[in-house]
Design a protein around this ligand. Structure first.
Ligand code: ZN
Length: 297
């Protein structure tokens, strides 16, 4: 892989093979994790082709995702309350329409969703489905006051091309709200190849610097970047998760043939970590970001 899918530059670093953890659909290989030195995107390669990916999403079971009242929903609702008195709101990857349905009834709601079963559920909630994929936005002249992409952008193999289309569909001064994982979160940096977030459906991974880069490329400005967790827990649980991650990462970085490793695995907690079948999860950390972008007029 010589080229970044976003900026198309060849300044990419290969971090090595991603630990396979499965997900909504199977992959032949978990692929390698790459980092672009130019635009700061992290990405998985190789990955499914566009047509294979569309097929995979069309066939997923709509009970696969449990939509409780998530933290990103709450944060996005607050942004919409402040940004828009009454307007047209588009949710990309709206799935069953749960997020839009949780908003006040004063707005008009639109969705983009590839899963036929989920589309039916969204329609039943009064949401107007305008497309199955972002590519179809090219054939739609509608402009929106607010566009949301909540846990969606990490599913897109070419996020830059997608955001170009999305930005064109915003009204001047319109607001784009994106929630996704943050590669700059401390536990993610410790567990670079073993992070709990590498589900098969996640292909692109982001950080604040990438959003600053796209703002320079597109007519956007960052209004807000807020860290959050989908599984917020006490400081004690967060510290325990971080410690487990550090122990696991240190053990995995040692050569098992060397004397240092043989001494280490006799000492607590490394003697325990040696028996762990899976990498520890650090999902109580605020390892996601909600990014609010405004289109300049
Ligand atoms: Zn790049």
């Amino acid at each position: 892989m010589g080229q970044c899918p976003a900026c198309k530059k060849k300044f990419v670093i290969n971090h090595g093979k991603i630990h396979y953890i499965g997900g909504l659909f199977a992959l032949k290989t978990a692929g390698d994790l790459y980092q672009c030195r130019c635009c700061h995107l992290f990405f998985r390669h190789p990955y499914l082709s566009e047509s294979m990916l569309k097929k995979a999403y069309e066939s997923i079971d709509i009970g696969s995702w449990f939509y409780h009242d998530r933290e990103d929903f709450r944060l996005a609702r607050r942004v919409i309350d402040l940004a828009c008195e009454k307007g047209d709101i588009l949710d990309i990857g709206c799935f069953r329409g749960d997020f839009l349905y949780s908003l006040p009834k004063k707005h008009a709601y639109y969705g983009i969703e590839p899963s036929p079963d989920a589309r039916e559920d969204a329609k039943a909630k009064g949401i107007c489905l305008i497309a199955e994929t972002i590519q179809e936005l090219d054939n739609n002249d509608m402009k929106f006051d607010v566009i949301t992409m909540l846990d969606v952008i990490e599913h897109l193999p070419d996020p830059y091309a997608a955001l170009q289309k999305v930005t064109k569909s915003l009204k001047p001064k319109g607001v784009l709200i994106i929630a996704t994982g943050n590669t700059n979160a401390l536990p993610w940096r410790i567990m670079r190849l073993n992070y709990w977030y590498y589900f098969s459906e996640h292909v692109s991974f982001f950080n604040k610097k990438w959003f600053q880069w796209i703002c320079k490329k597109m007519n956007l400005e960052i209004l807000q970047v807020q860290k959050f967790s989908h599984f917020d827990k006490s400081i004690f649980i967060r510290l325990r998760q971080l410690l487990e991650a550090a122990v696991y990462a240190l053990l995995n970085s040692c050569n098992s043939q060397k004397i240092f490793y043989r001494i280490l695995i006799k000492i607590y907690p490394f003697n325990r970590a040696k028996t762990w079948k899976e990498a520890p999860k650090t999902n109580a950390w605020k390892d996601h970001i909600l990014v609010v972008l405004r289109k300049n007029s």
